[in-house]
Design a protein around this ligand. Sequence first.
Ligand code: COA
Length: 261
Amino acid sequence: MSDDLILCQSPQPGVQVWTFNRPEKLNALSTPMLRRMDSLLHAASDDQTLRCVILTGAGEKAFVAGADIEEYASQTREQFVNYQHFSRDLFCRLEGLAVPTVAAINGYALGGGFEIALCCDILIAAAHAEVGLPEGRLGLCPGGGGTQRLVRSIGRYASADVLLAARRLPAARAMELGLVAQVVPGPQLLEAALEKARQIATIGPLAARAMKRLLREGSDLPLDAALTIEQEALARLFDSADAGEGVRAFTEKRRPTFTGR
Ligand code: COA
């Protein structure tokens, strides 16, 4: 087993798979792991060849079982607050990555693990996976956006069940609630995520980036302002070489070759 706390592999061009790699602790998020995520996010945001990042966990049991509670136990208040600021910043940067992200939830995604998944664009889950925000059982609450991103995703009442009753949602229920796009048998999860990345690669790269930004930014805007940023984005895409190529390829009955310009 590698001692790299988050493995980064590129099984197909333009795709990175980040694997949280501390399976003996259910991939719990330690500070060294957050630092590794920081450097991966820096590198990914500078990588113009990247089209999709897939996040998953090592082993079959957990995606990420939350913040490292053993580390919490030894922290001063200042260290605890710094950990929370750091993870909030990282999760926002993950959410703000220009390229689409896919969470391949291979088991428990709890606390910070679910918060990471909520910062991804498309969630795919193994049939045995469960997501939840059990911080209340520690006498705490989520600090990496869990309450706020969940309520914006599935509404107040379903969120209250997850938070106030510490309910873990099985993959199938998470799909019913619209969180998870696809549930597959565990052994097929990574291939399903790679297939999703291949589908993402059929979209113009500028269009994918624009639609990702519109989904995230537009959902917090009044409708009129959101419709305006959509039309501005469309007008910019119309000026791109890729839009010329995409429309021409359709009329010529061939597959487009996008260049990201
Ligand atoms: N932080 C630190 N260690 C964790 C962890 C976490 N969030 N979650 C699991 N682990 C560790 C366990 O302490 C155990 O370590 P050990 O073998 O050295 O004792 C190991 O991972 C396996 O976990 P275990 O609890 O034995 O597995 P389980 O199948 O009985 O239960 C969970 C799985 C996910 C239900 C349980 O581990 C759990 O509730 N984890 C905490 C989830 C949580 O509260 N997350 C939010 C944190 S703010």
